[in-house]
Design a protein around this ligand. Structure first.
Ligand code: HEC
Length: 151
């Protein structure tokens, strides 16, 4: 066979392969690979925020909260908040709604709560409208993680 014949038949073969519909198994396999790659690339499903900018956003909270252990204002200290059950800081007066919520604070429910506190916990006494800008939320969460997670 002459070389150009060879190339031609190879091209035909490639076309045939390309035209074959992918089997379900193959699609599943590719999906699994894509998903695990994505997981490996991101430790968190949320965007990383900027701690410094988050400190500014926290000013909205600072009238009522500190990030210092045991230092409460109108609201409880947020030190150690991640992983803690809502409404359980001793010596703090919570609403019945907060105590009854049974929430264990993590990044996902914190974001949801802070977007619209009164919707997430109906009856909360936290008088705060919410954070609507995604970037502000990312930055705030980054700041909170940096400051409230015990070393
Ligand atoms: C006007 C005062 C005020 C502001 C502003 C405020 N909070 Fe609160 N926060 C409270 C009060 C009061 C509670 C207790 C609410 C309850 O018991 O329902 C609370 C509760 C919380 C809790 C649950 C604490 C726990 O121990 O379970 C979190 C988390 C929280 N606030 C975060 C924030 C963040 C972050 C901001 C800023 C974006 C903010 N708060 C703004 C007053 C405030």
């Amino acid at each position: 066979m002459r070389p150009d014949h060879l190339t031609h038949s190879l091209t035909l073969k490639r076309r045939k392969i390309a035209q074959q519909p992918m089997s379900e198994g193959k699609i599943m396999k590719l999906t699994t690979i894509a998903l695990s790659t994505l997981l490996a690339l991101t430790t968190s499903a949320f965007a990383e925020g900027d701690i410094k900018k988050g400190k500014k956003v926290f000013k909205k909270c600072a009238a009522c909260h500190t990030v210092k252990d045991g230092k409460h204002k109108l609201g409880p200290s947020l030190f150690g908040i991640f992983g803690r059950t809502a409404g359980t800081v001793e010596g703090v007066k919570y609403s019945d709604a907060m105590i009854a919520s049974g929430i264990v604070w993590d990044e996902a429910n914190m974001r949801e709560f802070l977007t619209k506190p009164k919707d997430y916990i109906k009856g909360t006494s936290m008088a705060f409208g919410g954070i609507k800008k995604e970037q502000q939320m990312d930055d705030l969460i980054a700041y909170m993680k940096d400051k409230t997670i015990p070393e």
